[in-house]
Ligand binder design. Structure first.
Ligand code: CP
Ligand code: NVA
Length: 313
């Protein structure tokens, strides 16, 4: 299997690598719980750069580094000023000289791509305006644990065609799940993105519609995300207006498969994209999903920073 340096986008990687990463994360989770996961990143440091707030992503990377015997170093734009105080390519080479990995949550997706280009150490995308690949991979892990397989499942996404939606669509196309997204006009994923997906995966069962009821039919996994992503706060009122009718509630869940699970990357805004009833219902897997951010990313760090990008099961 090819050696991998960075994890910036799902579509940068082939299906075999993604699938092996998920299986390794599930196996490592069991080892961890049995107290048998090796501390494979002893004396290694991971720079964790955040331009936006975070609960899950920060906690999961920082905790994962402790579990692996290394250290996470949290920095914000106030210290680094990526691309402002100092050019991205300079930061990349300074970090590479001192530390062993770089995690970045930025507005600009291009900044993370440029970091990956100039850094000799692994660079991991912890969410940009364009994508959220670690979230989508932890979600695939959660689905595989739930259903024992990924191929042939149908994931339904209701709401904004955003970073999370783009990464989920990519993961589904790569790993053989169907993906049906319903968004209002003006908030859909770009047509070029779908063209690219179909070029890469001609058999992908991926579709984009406007009506949530059509999308949700036959769904095994019903997913949503906030209508107002970080950085869009000024559009809040208009977005809430545009997305009314795209809430996941008991009525909409009736159209999915009876055993369907509900997922949300969190933070969730109860009463907007989802009701409190669905969040707290037997369908909901949102907290298993949140915990799997830790398990997936711990394995990702061990593979990229400890095994030179090779997956050793
Ligand atoms: N889902 C997710 O990335 O959560 P945070 O923004 O809290 O990290
Ligand atoms: N789409 C959301 C995801 C938060 C984890 C955002 O970008 O704010």
């Amino acid at each position: 299997m090819a050696r991998i340096k960075d994890f910036v986008n799902i579509l940068d990687h082939d299906s075999a690598f993604l699938s092996a990463l998920i299986d390794k994360a599930i196996a490592d989770k069991k080892l961890f719980r049995a107290g048998q996961l090796p501390a494979s990143l002893s004396r290694k440091t991971l720079v964790m750069y955040f331009e936006k707030p975070s609960l899950r992503t920060r906690l999961s990377f920082e905790t994962a580094m402790v579990h692996l015997g290394g250290q996470g170093i949290y920095v914000t734009s106030a210290e680094i000023g990526l691309g402002k105080r100092e050019p991205v390519k300079d930061v990349a080479r300074v970090v590479s000289g001192m530390c062993d990995g770089f995690v970045a949550r930025t507005f600009s997706h291009e900044a993370v791509c440029e970091m990956a280009k100039y850094a000799s150490v692994p660079v991991i995308n912890a969410l940009t305006d364009y994508s959220h690949p670690c979230q989508a991979m932890a979600d695939m892990m959660t689905a595989k644990e739930e259903f024992g397989k990924l191929e042939g499942l149908k994931m339904v996404y209701i709401g904004d065609g955003n970073n999370v939606a783009r990464s989920l669509a990519s993961a589904c196309a790569s790993l053989g799940l169907g993906f049906s997204i319903a968004s209002p006009e003006g908030f859909k994923l770009e047509q070029e993105f779908f063209e690219f997906l179909f070029k890469r995966y001609p058999k992908a069962q991926v579709e984009q519609v406007t009506d949530p009821v059509i999308a949700v039919k036959g769904g095994d996994i019903v997913y949503t995300d906030t209508w107002v992503s970080m950085g869009q706060e000024e559009e809040r009122e208009e977005r809430i207006r545009q997305f009314s009718g795209y809430q996941i509630n008991r009525e909409l869940m009736k159209h999915a498969n009876p055993q369907a699970i509900f997922m949300h990357c969190l933070p969730a805004y109860r009463g907007l994209e989802v009701t409190d009833e669905i969040m707290e219902s037997a369908h909901s897997r949102v907290f298993e999903e949140a915990e799997n951010r830790l398990h997936f990313q711990r394995t990702l760090l061990a593979v990229l920073m400890g095994s030179g990008g090779e997956i050793r099961l």
